[in-house]
Design a protein around this ligand. Structure first.
Ligand code: NAD
Length: 304
């Protein structure tokens, strides 16, 4: 028999919360349409990384579902930096594209940091451009990066209060760990947390996760965090997505950074993989696109 506390663990349904965000965005999209504006989102994929292909396909499907004008640009895996920069320049000046992203990872002949610097900050709906990073840190965010923003929306939807909470983030990447830490430490209703950021050189990770009220795992190490590393009542957010070989139709399954079974015996609330953070990341990309369209076209909309 499992721990009786396991029955108390709430499974955070990211797919459902994301669907609510998309519904609410629908109203903003209608307002834009009333003013003759159709928000446009472009995705750029260089090469044929299978996971990246899946991600951009899903992003394009989302666009279709909510009525965002989705455009996809495919470049060969051996495309030169100059070819990609040309595409970026076209997207920067295309009036029908309000936001776009270049899917990471890019092939080794291309330097991702340079790519990001060339994206117009007004269209950088991932929120990765240095200007947008600076604005986030300065509490004047133009676009909140999609994954951390999506996690904040999950907290809101499930009444998980971050005020005064000890939050341990595992991973210090520029797309998840660092912006997440920044948002949560800010003096704001969806921040006000005390944040510890762990990484590959952290010693005694379990001590840092055990003393947390909220653990956010974003390191891409399959099932690094298990129940023994958590205290009872912890909220567990699993950002990790790894493809592991499995006897399924696709030949793989998606696994997070958290061992769901043992962690859910301790957690008060926990996100599954898939169906937790992933759908929120995609929903917040649409959110940022609608916001970009509203800003650049001067049509105010109400955002969820
Ligand atoms: P990254 O590779 O850029 O960074 C990983 C971070 O984890 C690094 O800061 C590293 O120091 C840390 N790390 C690695 N091993 C560690 C260990 N043993 N202990 C502690 N820290 C360790 O990764 P990323 O881009 O932030 O992505 C992390 C994971 O999240 C990946 O699985 C990625 O696929 C997934 N991801 C999911 C979403 C989503 O929407 N669900 C979005 C972005 C990334």
């Amino acid at each position: 028999m499992g721990d009786p506390l396991s029955a108390m663990s709430t499974i955070i349904d990211g797919a459902q919360v994301a669907s609510g965000v998309r519904d609410d965005l629908g109203e903003a999209i209608e307002t834009l349409a009333d003013h003759g504006v159709s928000p446009g989102l472009a995705t750029v994929l260089v090469g044929d990384d299978p996971a990246s292909e899946t991600y951009v396909n899903m992003k394009q499907r989302d666009c279709e579902e909510v009525g965002v004008n989705g455009v996809h640009v495919d470049l060969d895996g051996d495309a030169s930096p100059a070819e990609l920069y040309e595409t970026i320049e076209e997207l920067n000046t295309d009036p029908e594209i309000h936001g776009y992203l270049v899917q990471d990872p890019v092939p080794e002949q291309i330097e991702y940091g340079e790519v990001i610097r060339r994206i117009s900050p007004e269209k950088d709906v991932d929120g990765f451009h240095p200007e947008n990073v600076a604005r986030l840190v300065a509490r004047d965010a133009r676009f909140k990066p999609c994954t951390p923003h999506g996690i904040q929306k999950l907290f809101e939807a499930y009444d998980i209060d971050t005020e005064g909470a000890d939050v341990t983030i595992v991973g210090r990447s520029s797309i998840v760990g660092k912006p997440m830490a920044n948002l949560l430490m800010q003096k704001s209703v969806d921040g006000n947390a005390t944040v510890t950021v762990c990484h590959s050189r952290t010693t005694d990770l379990a001590e840092k996760t055990r003393r947390a009220d909220i653990v956010i795992a974003a390191c891409g190490v399959t099932e690094l965090i298990d129940g023994s590393m958590l205290s009872v009542g912890t909220t567990v957010i699993d950002v990790g997505i790894s493809r592991v070989e499995a006897d399924t139709e696709k030949g793989y399954e998606l696994v997070g950074d958290v061992d769901f079974e043992s962690a859910s015996e301790k957690a008060s609330a926990i996100t599954p993989v898939p169906g937790g953070v992933g759908p929120m990341t995609r929903a917040m990309l649409l959110y940022n696109t609608v916001m970009a369209a509203s800003e650049s076209e001067g049509v105010p909309v109400e955002l969820p």
